[in-house]
Each structure stands twice: as C-alpha cells, then as structure tokens.
Design a protein around this ligand. Structure first.
Ligand code: PLP
Length: 378
C-alpha cells in the first residue's frame, strides 16, 4: 500500500491534492457559453438544448432524447412515463447512489431491492429471476406481487461506475414478465454492451451530467427512448405539461419544471464533442493502473468482456472492511482522494422497511470497493 500515493501522484503530475474525478474543459464550452449570453437565450429555450438533444440521440442510436435539469429528475420522469404510479413497487438494486431509490419514491412507489452480480456490481438477472419466480404473477394489466398485491411497474438496473450490467439478460426477463425496463444509465454515458449503448436497452432511460460524471452540463440529465411518443411525453411533462399555444397557459396534467437551461446545454454540448478524447485518455490511465495493480494483492475492477466501458470511475476491491478502511485512511491522509462505494440503500432510514432479498453480493461489495482517482488527463 505504501507506494500507491506516489504512483498516483506520478500518474497525475505532482499536484498537492489529487481529486477523484474533476471535470475537464478543453473544447468549445466557453465559446458556446458566451454565445448563450450574447443571444440572451440563457434559459430553457435555446439552440444548444436542441443541438444537445439531437446529438445525444444520434450518438446513442435512440429515436429521441430530452434534456433535463439533473439525473434524478431524468429518472423520475422516465419512471413516470413508463407508468409508475403511487403505491407501485419498482425493482432496483440497493448498491447504488441514493437518487435511484429517491426517484422511485418521489412517485409514491417503493423500491424492491434485488441483489447485484459480483462482477458487474449491477442488478443480477439470476437474482431477479429468483424473485419473480417466487413473488410475481402476470395479470391482464401487468405484473403483480402476489404477496403484497402491488403492481410491479418497472425494473431499474444501474450500470455501476459506467460498467454495463447484464442488461441484455435483464431485458429478456422483463419482457417475459411484462415489466417495463428503465435503465439508470446516470454513470454510463458512452458505454456499450454487445456494441449497443447504455440507455438504449430500456423502454425509456436516464443519464446524469452532474459535475462528477463522464461529461458535465454543470448540472443536467437526459431522458431517452426509442419510442417517440414516450420521449414526447417526457418533454411535455418536463415543461409543466403546457399545451403549445402562442399565449394561452393551458396545462393538461401535473407537470414539472425540469427542462435543461440553454447555458447548461452549451457546456454539455462542448463536453459531448470531447467525449471520445476524454474516454481515450481515461483508457490510457486505466492501463497504467492495470500494470501497477498486477503485482498487488489489491484487485483492480474491470468490466465484462462484451462491455465497451466509458472508464468513468475506477475502483479496487480490498480484502475486507478493515483493509478497506485502512486504504481509505492512508490514501486520504496522503491527499489522494478515494471514496468507498455507497452505503447500501436498505440501510438508510427511509428505505429500511423496503423488501430486499439476501443481498449477499451487495454486502460483500459494500465492505470492499473503493474508488480511486479516475480523472482524464489531456
Ligand atoms: C449521479 C447519479 C444519479 C443522479 O444524477 P444527478 O444529476 O446528480 O441528479 C442517479 N443515479 C446514479 C447511479 C448516479 O450515479
């Protein structure tokens, strides 16, 4: 462990403090930002919003995308359009950022926590199957939990640190059970499984462009779908459900003010243009980590072979909780920023009474996984 800080410091140059994942602006972000101010179109109507939506849809190979204020709202919106309603159940993983479960709860639904796979750290198709075989029943209007009597109105796998979960297998299971699939692809912009982009597997899906993500809008999110009517519905709900009219204020249902402002879209578009440069740089840095950790008892985490990874956040697996804590203490004391994976969501006060399966893999990973500095260097 002793040589880790000096290796990472060498990797990133000799800065005093090495952050986990700082944003990098090397493209047109500033000039686009200036354009928004000069045009006065700084708010949620503007050319950069349209351009960002168009270019993300083209890149991901989806029919349409809708830019919103953040990833949490994107997920809430996607779930609402997928049909999630008050008192429903939504299947997801407890090994995730709190926003995954919060978005479900904002709609009045409850998360049902199913275990993850050890290798992907994302929702396990095996454990999903086990749960559904035991609890689920198909009725005319969808899938229900036989025990609680509640509708299971969505399944939300998450691609941890940008590494794809087995979303192809999950998609087949969801189809069999008639459960809408919604990807929390917040961390996986630009990642692919079997040459298909994250955020294009589900019925309607969500991304985040927060400051710590692979590309940032300052704050921002994206909803995208291959069903145009669903994306249109998301756009309508994100703009207070206002009917288009030159002057009338008529809103035909309860909507939200979730549209992404043009200033944020300007930054996001500049970032999007640099995505492949950022990913290549991170790939190079990851290779150096691989060489370094090859001879170490600490294991560097890699994605599945059929995953083309955006290399968002790098992580290592320690021997046990004590080793994890020692690693965190040592690196942070040496001004190398490292962070543990999230506290499992069923341990948080608001989610402690939600259903969960045995969570063996999630608990194993919670005790051992730590993120290490993962920024690009260009
Ligand atoms: C970042 C993130 C979100 C939420 O995105 P915000 O833009 O911060 O609201 C949701 N889910 C996961 C897994 C995330 O990492």
């Amino acid at each position: 462990m002793k040589n880790i800080p000096s290796f990472i410091r060498e990797l990133y140059g000799s800065q005093e403090f090495i952050p986990l994942h700082p944003p990098i602006f090397i493209g047109n972000e500033k000039s686009y930002l200036n354009e928004t101010i000069e045009s006065t179109f700084v708010s949620s109507v503007g050319a950069f919003v349209d351009r960002f939506e168009e270019q993300t849809a083209n890149l991901l190979g989806v029919s349409k995308s809708v830019a919103v204020v953040n990833g949490t709202s994107a997920l809430q919106l996607a779930l609402r359009v997928a049909g999630v309603q008050n008192k429903d159940e939504v299947i997801t993983q407890s090994l995730s950022f709190v926003a995954t479960a919060n978005a479900i709860s904002y709609l009045g639904a409850s998360p049902v926590f199913i275990d993850v796979d050890l290798d992907t750290m994302g929702l396990s198709p095996h454990h999903l199957n086990n749960f559904l075989n035991e609890y689920a029943e198909n009725r005319e209007d969808g899938c229900y939990n036989k025990i609680t009597g509640k509708k299971i109105s969505a399944c939300v796998p998450m691609h941890t640190f940008g590494m794809m979960c087995r979303v192809d297998e999950i998609s087949v299971i969801c189809d069999d059970w008639n459960i809408p699939l919604v990807e929390d692809a917040a961390e996986a912009f630009g990642s692919k499984l079997n040459n298909q982009y994250a955020g294009s597997f589900g019925l309607i899906n969500a991304f985040s462009f927060n400051g710590n993500k692979i590309i940032t809008a300052g704050g921002g999110g994206l909803v995208c779908s291959n069903t145009i009517s669903m994306a249109d519905k998301a756009k309508h709900l994100s703009t207070t459900a206002k009917k288009g009219h030159n002057w009338e204020y008529f809103h035909d249902e309860l909507g939200y003010n979730f549209r992404m402002p043009n200033v944020n879209a300007a930054i996001a578009l500049g970032q999007l243009e640099c995505l492949s440069i950022l990913i290549s740089s991170k790939k190079e840095i990851f290779k150096k980590y691989q060489d370094f950790f090859e001879s170490s008892p600490i294991k560097l985490i890699s994605p599945l072979d059929n995953c083309l990874w955006n290399h968002w956040l790098f992580s290592v697996c320690l021997e046990n909780r004590e080793e994890r804590d020692a690693f965190l203490r040592y690196t942070n004391e040496n001004k190398i920023m490292t962070r543990p994976i999230w506290n499992l969501l069923f341990k948080l006060p608001m989610y402690k009474s939600c259903y969960r399966d045995d969570q063996k893999n999630a608990i194993y990973l919670e005790d051992r996984i730590v993120n290490i500095p993962s920024g690009a260097k260009v």
